[in-house]
Design a protein around this ligand. Structure first.
Ligand code: G6P
Length: 481
């Protein structure tokens, strides 16, 4: 039994199955891992899904890290819930990614997958209900598990339930594309929580506006925040459970000490030396690091770089665009096609402008954190231009790590824009010409101005580091009457 429980689709550890039958555990990083490390593993339990064959084998053999419980959900149910609903429907709604003339289509197949999404959420709710001490705090994560709070509230009314959304929240217009009963169920699931956390007030208020509509599960009402824009408190009234859900913004930041320690290890020094050679003496760098993810807007970023080289030929031979675009969610056709388009466009730019001793774009398609950290250190300009993004920690990490200070080109679509926009060069993510001009301004920025801005960016980026981000939410739950 545990007094603090975390639930997320992806857990803190994953296993790979070797050809000789051995299991190799790989531990992940991130905000939750460092947040939960503040709580003893005897009192805490992290419930997550077994994602691949290695994880499933670990469950079968009873191999587990202390304080971690992996759920071996039927692979077909899991695929329908994760790929079919979480990543193809909820992710697309929250990020406004649909190609509207064709999508979305909510038909019988969608309803079959929604059943799987329910079953997957129920599997989590049942384990949490069985493992939680009386009055325990349960922190449920993200859009994969939006129904868990409502289900868990029914099973265990005594629990203190929080839910944190790491993505944006769909605008009411997008939310209302869902069939009415499903939109109502989603809101009902979320409102089972005592507290709902979002990275920014923009996403929190989108939730409140969407929840305000009358639906099959009762009436929800939101009231606009007053006072401190980041930590304001909001209440939504609704017709089930305890009758009250608090909505708050907790903008996740970075831990400067931890990040710098990682970025200045000898293996990163070595990678940096190689990267400097690849870039070439005296050239400036524009750095971006993303999953090849539709919402990250990598293609328009490359188009802006191409426009920069066309309209500002003085940069030819004097700048290199270092792009880490590592494959993600490749089970989805639209992601595979996007990854190919990124590689194709980068190759086109290199063919159009490259010379014998200058390659304009260096793309890395591997999930290579060492290379990313080396690129962070080398960055003169950071390009973060998502169309819509819950927070975007890359925008916060690069200013903390860059050696010579970096100018940040940041789109208004990133949650991070709320805190960093003032010290960044702001762009509309769809405006390629504006982005090209912002890249030019960033590359031309005087050293003292760049240093000053970098300092402010790093200060804002580290305002709420992961441990504090997590513990503040935990405290808020524990203080509930
Ligand atoms: C986003 C989501 C996370 C998710 C991550 C990677 O940041 O908010 O919940 O884990 O993307 O996506 P994946 O599908 O690989 O877990």
């Amino acid at each position: 039994m545990a007094s603090v429980l975390v639930a997320s689709n992806r857990g803190p550890v994953s296993y790979t199955l070797g050809e000789d039958g051995s299991l190799d555990a790989r531990r992940g990083g991130g905000g939750l891992v460092s947040g939960l490390s503040a709580v003893s593993s005897q009192d805490s339990l992290w419930v997550c899904a077994a994602l691949g064959e290695g994880d499933r084998e670990a469950v079968r053999r009873g191999v587990a890290e202390p304080g971690v419980r992996m759920l071996d959900i039927d692979p077909e149910v899991y695929a329908d819930a994760y790929n079919g609903i979480a990543n193809s429907v909820l992710w697309f709604l929250h990020h406004h990614l649909y190609d509207i003339p064709r999508e979305p289509v909510f038909d019988a197949e969608f309803r079959r997958r929604w059943e799987a999404y329910r079953a997957y959420n129920r599997a989590f709710a049942e384990v949490l209900a069985a493992e939680a001490d009386q009055d325990a705090a349960v922190l449920v994560q993200d859009y994969h598990l939006a129904l868990v709070p409502g289900m868990l509230r029914d099973l265990r009314p005594d629990l203190r339930i929080g839910h944190f959304t790491h993505t944006p929240w769909a605008s009411p217009a997008y939310l209302s594309m869902l069939p009415d009963d499903i939109a109502g169920e989603l809101v009902w699931g979320m409102l089972g929580a005592d507290e709902l956390g979002f990275h920014t007030w923009e996403w929190a208020s989108a939730f409140i506006s969407g929840a305000r509509r009358d639906d099959a599960t009762g009436t929800a009402e939101g009231i606009w925040p007053s006072g401190d824009p980041w930590h304001g408190v909001e209440h939504v009234r609704y017709g089930i459970g305890k009758g009250r859900t608090r909505v708050r913004a907790y903008p996740l930041g970075v831990d400067a000490g931890e990040l710098r320690a990682l970025a200045y290890r000898p293996e990163v020094d070595e990678r940096l030396a190689r990267l400097r050679e690849e870039v070439g003496e005296g050239r400036k760098t524009i750095v971006r690091v993303d999953r090849t993810e539709l919402s990250k807007n990598i293609l328009r970023g490359l188009l802006a770089y191409r426009e920069l080289l066309t309209t500002r030929p003085e940069w030819r031979g004097r700048v290199v665009h270092l792009a880490s675009a590592y494959p993600s969610r490749q089970d989805l056709e639209s992601y595979r096609a996007y990854t190919e388009s990124v590689a194709r466009l980068a190759a086109e730019i290199n063919a159009e402008f490259g010379t014998d001793d200058w390659q304009p774009v260096l793309v890395s398609v591997e999930d290579d954190f060492t290379r990313s950290l080396a690129a962070y250190r080398l960055a003169d300009v950071a390009l973060v231009n998502p169309v819509r993004d819950g927070m975007n920690l890359v925008a916060k990490e690069i200013p903390v790590v860059s050696e010579s200070g970096c100018a940040l080109v940041l789109s208004t679509g990133a949650g991070a824009h709320g805190e960093l926009g003032e010290h960044a060069l702001t762009v509309n993510p769809f405006d390629v010409s504006q982005t090209a001009e912002a890249l030019h301004a960033a590359l031309s920025m005087p050293d003292d101005e760049r240093a000053r801005r970098t300092e402010r960016l790093a200060e804002a980026a580290t305002a709420l580091p992961p441990q504090r981000w997590f513990l503040t939410q935990l405290e808020a739950l524990r203080e509930l009457g």
